[in-house]
Design a protein around this ligand. Sequence first.
Ligand code: NDP
Ligand code: GDR
Length: 341
Amino acid sequence: MPAALITGITGQDGLYLAEFLIAKGYEVHGLIRGQDNPKQHLVRSLVPEVQLHRGDLTDMTSLVRALRDSQPDEVYNLGAVSSVAYSWDNAHLTTDVTAVGVLNVLEALRLHLGDDPGRVRFYQASSSEIFGKAQETPQTERTLPWPRSPYGVSKVYAHYLTINSRESYGMHASSGILFNHESPRRGLEFVTRKISHGVARIALGLQDELVMGNLDAHRDWGFAGDYVEAMWLQLQRDEPDDYIVATGETHAVRDFVATAFQHVGIDDWERHVRTDPRFTRPAEVDHIVGDASKARTELGWKPRVAFRELVAMMVDADLAEQSRQSGRTSDLHTRRDVKID
Ligand code: NDP
Ligand code: GDR
């Protein structure tokens, strides 16, 4: 039975990846931080098979210990301070976790591996935020980075450190350059979940308006469940390499808002939406879209959930949850085909 260690087990991707690997017959270990992390209960209820190990990406000794205790064949480094918006006000913390944390994992792993550096396969969750003000569209594995936030800068460091580990030490280290991927498990601090949650509450009469930042930014949004499969496929390759993971379609935040409202039967959505500079950023990533042809050809990966299905899945999950919590139901909710240009 192969064993995997996942950092970021309590996050959106960590949970989907743990479920995916357990279904494949893996023994799954997860790194959990803090003295009494409340999210351990979520992990234990959703994926009770996972063995948790205390540790923190900023504490290299804890990583050495987690590797020793879990003896993994594969390590998936998903842990990070992952909110771009938060990273401007918390640049040091972001750098410590999202950049130097990756150095800590790679160094701990290098010590663990001794003179057999390719024995354990390492995956780094790299990000389309490395492209930022991209100079070409769509972005490929060869597009040069131009990050626009402390988070993006940290991910550039981590990305090249991962490449450097295989080139310098012969480690089996790969990066997946992940474009935005979402799900009902997405944190409320991210735009898609903020929208699905807000729209569900408006449909149920629990809230009147949605206060947003920049509605014109474009993102290439996929479903997180599809993206964890690409992570695993990458580590099944004998040669480590980096892959773009994306849908190849881009939509404005405004399209996501309109589609979500239309899904609950509200066409005049502008009436419920206000923008506030509080939610705009010091520097924006205006438009990104990934070219995942290398992943399609070499890994046989393709996304399964399309944009409209993703929006519907998220809104429906929030409707169910809000309805359960409040006891209210929506008479507006009428499914229909929504056309987005
Ligand atoms: P989440 O924000 O949902 O999860 C982040 C995880 O990192 C949590 O489990 C969190 O633990 C953990 N973490 C935070 N700080 C530390 C620390 N100091 N030590 C150990 N663990 C820590 O992110 P996602 O699941 O969405 O993303 C997974 C990875 O993929 C991240 O690296 C992210 O940057 C990257 N990525 C994500 C994309 C997306 O669209 N989702 C796209 C591109 C890249 P805790 O619960 O204790 O806070
Ligand atoms: P992003 O995701 O920064 O792309 O990072 P986020 O959902 O936070 O923002 C996407 C776009 O929406 C615009 N926006 C708003 N964003 C938030 N959070 N809240 C708002 O109210 C709002 N209004 C408009 C933003 O300006 C932005 O343009 C995500 C994270 O998961 C990273 O970890 C990951 O690396 C990248 O995706 C790829």
